[in-house]
Write a new protein. Structure first.
Length: 462
């Protein structure tokens, strides 16, 4: 399962995947670091399924770890997406996530639990996992994911395979395991996981959770609501307040599970300095920020006083409308992995919960901007922006009520987190989607008006 033929094929295949982080550079080579055998039924006319941990080397000198679930068969089965990765010795090798039989083998490994053949699996709910295995429902891969790949087994189980890997327990698994004793209704139940080791450190490969049929992600709902004609309330304010409450209750549970500490003056100063440094780098990467840099620096430099009772704790780390699901039983928050490209050590550092709140507020602006990007009329664009302001106000009302927090007393702090996020977004869009850069740039340009007393900035509801 190793050798130059396969590694050369992977070096050509990886850059074409949506979750690959080496875009914009040249992939100079790939090494196979670990081969995790799931099962080998080739001799009986079936499939050999393995999980590869590979290291991609880039022209910048960096290298990244990835997971490639690989299926090996004598012939390519019908219905498999993406075509073969390689052909070797009369066999075809392809991405296993679109092969139901290969994914059933992975589910079986998780359900059995234990340590075998370089893979350590944990069955947190063995009865549910075994029931799914016995049911024998074909697996189907979900579409549209950016960072990972999820496979659903009927209406019972969803298995998420992490694509970009890092040594250490993945924060998504760590959080779900820590929250399990609290029975929190706003997170999907953890059923199990699978990991391997690399250089003596654990590497999380996948986790299994209870699937929630009929769930709709918040991004889909919000973009539809922003486009809806007057009189069609596709995402009522009560639902948006409930979303704010759900995020607040998740924050409360995270605080209980991982602990909290006071946001001190020195911690705030460190955060302020980090934002200022990040801004300097962003202006170089995206010169379109230069006309607004002084106003943004002023907003960051103004962070000198800590609001009473403000604290830091474990947070989601990458919260936006695509990370929440509306279900028949209310909202669920998903994907506690944090920013996949950041080192795990940075993703698990205690932070202000308001960073998550700011991420959600920015996401409402992005949802409304889809009307503009799709060439909506002037009236439709204005209506979408007004919808976003109402949505943000309702979300904040729910969050503030659930936490007992006076968010108006934290306006400067929240505005700074929003600005920091918007600056990051300008750089990202400039590099990857230049036509979208005007969305976050509009938020950055509003920094001066917000500081000058023109309301509460991006989340001012009128």
């Amino acid at each position: 399962m190793t050798g130059p033929g396969l590694t050369d094929a992977l070096a050509a295949w990886l850059p074409r995947q949506r979750w690959y982080g080496g875009r914009g550079t040249t992939t100079t080579g790939v090494d196979v670091e670990r081969v995790v055998e799931l099962a080998d039924d080739l001799g009986r006319g079936g499939v050999r399924a393995v999980l590869l941990v590979v290291r991609a080397h880039l022209s910048t000198g960096e290298s990244h770890l990835y997971q490639v679930p690989l299926a090996v068969r004598a012939t390519m089965p019908s219905g498999v997406d993406g075509g073969p990765i390689a052909r070797r010795d009369g066999l075809v090798l392809y991405d296993a996530t679109s092969d139901p039989e290969a994914m059933a083998l992975l589910l079986g490994v998780i359900a059995r639990g234990g340590d075998r053949s370089g893979v350590e699996s944990t069955a947190d709910d063995p009865d549910e996992l075994r029931a799914a295995v016995r049911a024998g429902v074909p697996a189907r891969r979900l579409r549209g994911e950016q960072s990972n790949t999820s496979v659903v087994f009927g209406d019972r189980v969803i298995v998420k395979l992490f694509r970009r890997l890092a040594t250490g327990t993945n924060p998504d698994l760590e959080v779900h395991r820590a929250l399990r004793p609290y029975g929190l209704p706003h997170v999907a139940a953890l059923l199990g996981s699978v990991a391997t080791t690399l250089d003596g450190e654990p590497v999380t490969l996948a986790l299994a959770q209870r699937f929630v049929p009929g769930a709709v992600d918040g991004w889909e709902l919000a973009t539809a609501a922003a486009r809806a004609p007057a009189g069609q309330d596709l995402l009522p304010e009560d639902d948006l307040r409930a979303l704010g409450i759900a995020v607040a209750e998740v924050h409360h549970a995270l605080g209980r599970a991982f602990g909290t500490s006071a946001l001190t003056g020195p911690l705030l100063a460190d955060a302020r300095d980090t934002m200022l440094t990040r801004l300097d780098g962003a202006v170089v990467a995206a010169p379109v920020l230069e006309p607004y840099a002084d106003e943004v620096r002023g907003a960051f430099a103004g962070l000198t006083g800590v609001p009473p009772g403000e604290h830091v704790q474990r947070v989601h780390g990458d919260l936006h409308l695509g990370q929440v699901l509306r279900t028949a039983d209310g909202w669920k928050v998903i994907d506690f992995e944090g920013e996949p490209s950041a080192p795990i050590a940075r993703r698990v550092v205690a932070d202000s919960p308001l960073r998550d709140v700011a991420g959600m507020l920015r996401s409402f602006d992005y949802a409304a901007a889809q009307v503009e990007l799709s060439c909506g009329s002037y009236g439709e664009v204005v209506a979408a922006r007004r919808w976003a302001e109402r949505a943000k106000a309702a979300f904040l009302a729910g969050y503030g009520a659930a936490t007992g927090t006076d968010l108006s007393g934290r306006a400067e702090l929240l505005r700074a987190w929003e600005l920091d996020k918007a600056v990051y977004e300008v750089v990202y869009e400039t590099r990857h989607r230049p036509g979208w850069a005007r969305i976050p740039l509009r938020a950055v340009a509003g920094a001066g008006a917000a500081r000058g007393g023109g309301g509460h900035g991006f989340h001012d509801a009128r």
